[in-house]
Design a protein around this ligand. Sequence first.
Ligand SMILES: [Zn+2]
Length: 159
Amino acid sequence: MCLICDRIEMIKKGANPYFVKELDTGYAVIGDNQHFYGYTLFLYKHHGKITELFHLDADERAKFMEEMTLVAEAANNAFGAEKMNYELLGMGDAHLHWHLYPRRTGDIENYGSHGKGPVWWYPMEKMYSDDCRPTESELADMKARLLKELDALTEKRGK
Ligand SMILES: [Zn+2]
């Protein structure tokens, strides 16, 4: 079973505490660990044999990309980023899902190339430390911020 399919099942049952908003092609959720404050994911609704962007037909892909971009803009506005980072990987779970990271100078300390580089040059054990899990009230605050921005952007685009 796929972890992301599991999380989506939890969303459908109203039992996923990280869930923020459903869009046409996917679900916006707050990341479990928040070393990169505002780390947000956008989970594609379907899995099965779909594991690559090129498995989507052109219209669906365009919509998925547009909605991912909207979630990234909302995260940028909600959490304040110097630069958004976008990743679609999938060697852990092949289910299409975007990692959206608000980045700020110094957020990987002196790792990487003298503090510059992708999030995964920061040590995994630090990035996924329990110390980086939001408290219940921090999570509630993050969800409210992201939802507010998502609603504002979707309204602006007339959805
Ligand atoms: Zn899946």
